[in-house]
Design a protein around this ligand. Structure first.
Ligand SMILES: *Cc1c(COP(=O)(O)O)cnc(C)c1O
Length: 410
């Protein structure tokens, strides 16, 4: 048997049926019409936003990085819950605007923005987080052609990283942002060219469960923003401190306690370097806001034995929920939390089973030698932590199965 990650604390059962947002999993499948199915519970998202607000300084803005889950009905709800959207493509700019987010609360990062994407974003009044000097020059040229004053921030590749992150996105040679030692010169050039300078975007890492590492990185980020702003000679309207709040996906992971981060930020914002005193600060979060709110439901098609090992074959797979198969940014495959939704909480069978998707490839493994109650065809398998980097981050065209349905609750 191999262990699985912890089931998030929001879920319970009624007469053995997993409840999501107070509704039984089987009736949610009926409501959606079919499965495989992603269910997102807005109640959990709202609870996470409340936790953030309770822990963080009131002046700190919360942004949502929409690539974590760009499901349109969810975005429309998020637009009323957070102070801004961070997007990373022209398509996401459109999704953010369609969701009702004001253009001046949208910022657009991403290392390869095409001219047409820059053009649409500048025309709409979205802030561009510049990732290079070349992009800065293109943004100015495009803005001039449009007769607009572009709103420009500079994304900095910091000279440090967020220790222990699942995905490193700063420190060392990176395709993201402009190296810290050239960032002030780029900002100065944009200001001199007449751009509306919006400040700094400094994102040092993702999926972190260590509050001390996050606290240290935020302190270093504020110090860097002050140093760069002094070099520019102008106070930044906004410093985006990045994010990095992680989730407990795997065996042994402990949920991130954000309270000490809030305490540290409180005192950091109380004693800011002079040049940052009048500026705004934001944190951008993706998975931490929405990840636990999602459950992926898929039905057992077959249970078969090969050389003594039992395989539970389901009608979903990595084409919907790539991350649970261990093929989305993890080095070693480990088990996401998984359960039989219609026998939730029942004691495990004597032998572990391996849950595989329906794709004809050995990498479509959703649960490796996991302890589950006795399973039969027709049972519903629930995979937790499916609210972020699920449906939109999986290769849905691979092998020609239909896409998963998505249902938003609450
Ligand atoms: C992906 C990304 C995020 C969101 O990361 P999470 O780990 O989902 O919180 C935030 N900011 C930037 C710049 C990103 O690229």
């Amino acid at each position: 048997m191999k262990p699985m990650g912890p089931i998030p604390p929001w879920f319970a059962a009624e007469e053995g049926m997993l409840l999501i947002g107070g509704c039984g999993a089987a009736s949610l499948v009926d409501e959606a019409g079919d499965m495989p199915l992603f269910v997102y519970d807005m109640g959990i998202v709202e609870a996470q936003v409340r936790r953030f607000r309770d822990a963080m300084p009131p002046a700190l803005h919360l942004h949502y990085a929409i690539k974590a889950n760009p499901h349109a009905p969810l975005l429309a709800r998020m637009a009323g819950l957070v102070g801004g959207f961070d997007v990373a493509s022209g398509g996401e700019v459109e999704l953010a605007l369609d969701a009702g987010m004001a253009p001046d609360r949208i910022s657009f990062a991403g290392p390869g923005k095409r001219d047409d994407e820059l053009s649409a974003a500048i025309f709409a009044g979205v802030t561009i987080n510049l990732e290079s000097e070349g992009e800065g020059a293109r943004a100015l040229r495009i803005a001039e052609k449009l007769g607009r004053t572009p709103r420009l921030a500079v994304r900095v590749n910091p000279d440090f990283d967020l220790k222990g992150s699942g995905m490193r996105m700063g420190g060392g040679a990176k395709p993201f942002g402009v190296d810290a030692d050239r960032a002030a010169a780029l900002a100065r050039a944009m200001i001199d060219a007449g751009a509306d300078w919006r400040g700094w975007h400094i994102f040092a890492g993702s999926q972190n469960l260590d509050p001390m590492a996050i606290i240290e990185t935020q302190a270093a980020t504020i110090a860097l923003a002050a140093r760069l702003s002094d070099a520019v000679g102008m106070a930044p309207p906004l410093v985006n401190l990045g994010g990095g709040f992680g989730l407990a996906y795997f065996p042994g992971d402990m949920a991130l306690d954000i309270r000490p981060i809030g305490v540290a930020l409180d005192s950091a914002l109380e004693s800011l370097p002079d040049i940052l005193k009048d500026g705004q600060f934001a944190i951008e979060l993706g998975r931490w806001l929405v990840g636990e709110a999602g459950v992926y439901l898929t039905r057992v098609i077959d249970v078969k034995v090969s050389q003594g090992e039992t395989f539970v074959v389901v009608d979903g797979g990595l084409h919907h929920q790539l991350a649970a198969s261990g093929n989305f940014g993890t080095v070693v495959r480990r088990n996401y939390p998984i359960a039989i939704a219609n026998h939730f909480g029942a004691p495990p069978a004597d032998q572990p089973v391996t849950v595989v998707g329906c794709l004809c490839t050995p990498i479509d493994r959703l649960g490796d030698k996991v302890a589950l109650p006795p399973v039969a065809p027709g049972d519903l398998v629930a995979i937790f932590l499916a609210g972020a980097y699920g449906a939109s981050a999986s290769p849905s065209a691979f092998l020609g199965h239909p896409p998963a349905r998505q249902l938003l609750l609450g």
